[in-house]
Each structure stands twice: as structure tokens, then as C-alpha cells.
Design a protein around this ligand. Structure first.
Ligand SMILES: [Zn+2]
Ligand SMILES: [Zn+2]
Length: 410
């Protein structure tokens, strides 16, 4: 298991990692020097001739050093689902991902009741205020459900899928910070939702949708610029034909591939998508517009068995095989691994350069959610959210900014 090193407030000591291979967004540097102080990176480059004596340094040749993972689509871990809606559940799930190297996390909703979604958003706010050194950076909520089309509900409860109504979603935005907002592009009222979420600074996305090219084009004009888990619970030419007849129309898939301004994400757990699809998505969207997401359920780091997806009172159950989550009908229902596994899987089964794989789990999600100014890459001035990985890309050490890293006086 990895060791955790939270940055302490007002710690003016200088730290450095010596001799590791540093993974930058555009290349790797072998035998690198990575230095930080007060939780902020101060120098990254080749090893200097002389190492300052005042440093607390760590010799790490043979290891990799990468920025901390940033997970924009994640439901839970270690037995807890964010939709459980308690401070304890948020903390448990966040801690489990931190051990896997996720230093920034966007807790993601499911299609719960209005009250349960509100409870979840409030509990996430409480976790951010808890000044707990064992937590990663908790960014805003990913308001994922409930605005899905029932015919593409996937493992979410069909009856709870609904169209966005302003009085309802305004309450969510008032309850806490929402950073990512999903809505299916064929639902009544979606344009209002997209415009509202965009104005709040969200990454606006379309998911669990059977929308056509023209519905996507209208949504894109209102600020929608991302599609959740490519190839999963989204439209195809065939599914749009079933819904709208002929002539056959373009779907979400063609729309995303045709527009350089659209980004998307893949669940690279080894069970959702075959290697050729992972590589194809990268060839089409490049690492700058493709994110890796875990889409993990509470079954992360838990034994195989039956688990509630979302709040247990929603009565949606999935079966974890220990490798992937399945719905009772046998369909795919979330992953049971964290982003470290996805990075290793990509490195194992594709020919994508390692720095591009890491970019998809760090800088690209940071850029898409508007937080790249202070994290997502090894760059002086950014947060020293760092992972030390062994040769097999297993996370050994995690240096990170926690809610307690920032002193109350700052
Ligand atoms: Zn989904
Ligand atoms: Zn999901």
C-alpha cells in the first residue's frame, strides 16, 4: 500500500526527489530533480551538479514521478458511495482513492431523489470544511444523475431519470459547489440547464443519452462540450434510427469525433473497452481532449459480492466480480478500480506514450474543469501533488494537498 505525505501548513522546509524519471505533459525526463516548498513545486529539471545541503531529499532512481491523478467521474470506494450522503461516507470514499494516487476528486451523483442529491452535495461541502489531513483535494461535485434519458439509464434507476427543471437544479447549485454538470441533450429544458451550468463555470457534459447530431449541435451552442464514458450509455447511428427513423442521422459518437472542441473520457479498467477502442479514442481526440476516469463504485478495494449502487434506499444493486461491476441483467455497471489501475492498463495494452497516458489522468481533466492553473502537471508554481511510482507504475508514495494543508490564516 502507498504511503501518504500531506503538505503541512506553513512548512517552509525545502524537499526534493532525486533521480526519478519525471513524467511531464509532453515528455519524460530521466534522472530528474523535482523540488518543492510550502506545498508548491519550485524546480523541475535534470539533476543539478550540486544538491543544496538544506534540502530534505529522497533518492528515487528507478522510480517514476508523476502529478497526482485527477478523477472527474467517480461514485465511491472502500464500501462507501458518495450518495450515502454522510460526512463519513464522503471521507471513506475519498481516502480510498487517495491511496491509489488520486489527489483531486470530483464526487459524482447518481439518479437519486431530490433530497438524496441535496444531502450528498451538503456532505461534500462538510468534507471540504473538515480540514482533514487524510483527504485529497475535494473539488466540486459532478452532478451526473438525475438528468438522463430513461432508455439509456444503464445501471441507474430508470424511474428516477428526469428532465431538468430550474427550481430543482437551482437548489443543487445553491447547496454547494458543482464543477461538472451532465444532462442528456434530448430532454426538455436541457438548453436552460446547459446555459445555467456554463454560467456557473461548470464543465458541461452530455451522458446517458440517445441524442442525435442535431440535438448535440444545439447543446454544444449552449456550452455542452464533453461526453461521459465514451461508448457507454450513449447514442449510435443505429440507436438514433430506432428512436427517430430514417434518414439515418449522426449520433453522439460522430459529433464528438467530428468536433475538436468536444472532449470525452474512457473507462480504461480492462473490462469496459477493448484495447483497440482505447487506442482509437486517443488517436481521434488526442491526449489533450481525452480523459481517463475510474467511474468506480463503492466496490473499490472490497471483496467480490453484491453492493448498492447509489444510496441503498434507491434499491439498485450491482455485483462486483472483483474485476468489474455488473448489473443483475449482466450488463456493465461501473468499475471497481481506481485511476492507478487505468493508467497501468493503458500502458500495458496500448502503444500510447507514457507521458500521454499520464496527461489523460492529470492535466487534461484539470484543463477541462478549469483548475489547470495550479495543478495537473509537474511545473514550477503548481501544487506539489506528486506520485512516486515503481517500475510497474504501482503507487508507492503520495505527496498531496489536503483540506488541512491550507492554514486558516492564508
Ligand atoms: Zn454512467
Ligand atoms: Zn458513472
Amino acid at each position: 500500500m502507498s504511503k501518504l505525505f500531506p503538505h503541512r501548513p506553513n512548512d517552509s522546509k525545502r524537499y526534493a526527489i532525486l533521480g526519478a524519471t519525471a513524467i511531464l505533459p509532453d515528455r519524460c525526463i530521466e534522472n530528474a530533480y523535482v523540488e518543492w516548498s510550502e506545498g508548491i513545486l519550485t524546480r523541475i529539471g535534470p539533476m543539478p551538479k550540486r544538491i543544496p545541503k538544506s534540502l530534505e531529499s529522497l533518492e528515487a532512481s528507478g522510480s517514476y514521478i508523476a502529478p497526482g491523478w485527477i478523477d472527474i467521474h467517480v461514485h465511491g470506494g472502500a464500501g462507501a458511495d458518495f450518495m450515502d450522503g454522510t460526512l463519513e461516507a464522503i471521507q471513506t470514499a475519498c481516502r480510498s482513492h487517495l491511496k491509489h494516487g488520486t489527489t483531486t476528486i470530483f464526487p459524482t451523483t447518481t439518479t437519486g431523489s431530490h433530497e438524496s442529491i441535496l444531502r450528498m452535495i451538503q456532505a461534500v461541502e462538510a468534507a471540504k470544511r473538515s480540514a482533514d489531513a487524510s483527504l485529497p483535494s475535494i473539488e466540486g461535485v459532478h452532478l451526473y444523475g438525475p438528468y438522463f434519458t430513461p432508455e439509456k439509464s444503464g445501471c441507474h434507476r430508470k424511474e428516477a431519470c428526469r428532465a431538468p427543471v430550474r427550481s430543482e437544479f437551482e437548489e443543487y447549485f445553491q447547496a454547494g459547489s458543482i464543477a461538472i454538470a451532465t444532462c442528456a441533450a434530448e430532454l426538455d429544458g436541457c438548453a436552460n440547464f446547459y446555459r445555467y451550468a456554463k454560467k456557473q463555470g461548470c464543465l458541461v457534459t452530455c451522458g446517458h443519452s440517445n441524442s442525435s447530431w442535431s440535438e448535440m449541435a444545439a447543446a454544444h451552442k449552449c456550452g455542452m462540450s464533453h461526453v461521459d464514458h465514451f461508448w457507454c450509455a450513449m447514442s449510435s447511428v443505429a440507436s438514433v434510427r430506432t428512436r427517430l427513423g430514417t434518414p439515418m442521422q449522426g449520433s453522439m459518437l460522430e459529433f464528438v469525433l467530428a468536433h475538436p472542441t468536444m472532449s470525452t473520457e474512457v473507462i480504461a479498467d480492462g473490462y469496459h473497452l477493448a484495447p483497440e477502442l482505447l487506442e482509437f479514442a486517443w488517436q481521434m481526440k488526442k491526449s489533450s481532449m481525452l480523459c481517463l476516469v475510474s467511474d468506480t463504485s463503492r466496490a473499490l478495494d472490497m471483496p467480490p459480492g453484491k453492493y448498492a449502487f447509489g444510496h441503498p434506499e434507491e434499491n439498485v444493486w450491482i455485483e462486483s466480480t472483483g474485476k468489474v461491476g455488473l448489473s443483475p441483467a449482466g450488463g456493465l455497471a461501473s468499475s471497481v478500480v481506481a485511476l492507478d489501475h487505468c493508467v497501468r492498463h493503458m500502458a500495458k495494452v496500448t502503444k500510447i506514450p507514457l507521458w500521454e497516458i499520464v496527461r489523460m489522468a492529470t492535466l487534461t481533466p484539470a484543463e477541462r474543469t478549469g483548475i489547470a492553473a495550479d495543478r495537473g502537471s509537474l511545473e514550477a508554481g503548481k501544487r506539489a501533488d506528486l506520485l512516486l511510482l515503481d517500475k510497474r507504475l504501482q503507487v508507492q508514495k503520495v505527496f498531496y494537498t489536503s483540506p488541512s494543508s491550507i492554514s486558516p490564516t492564508q
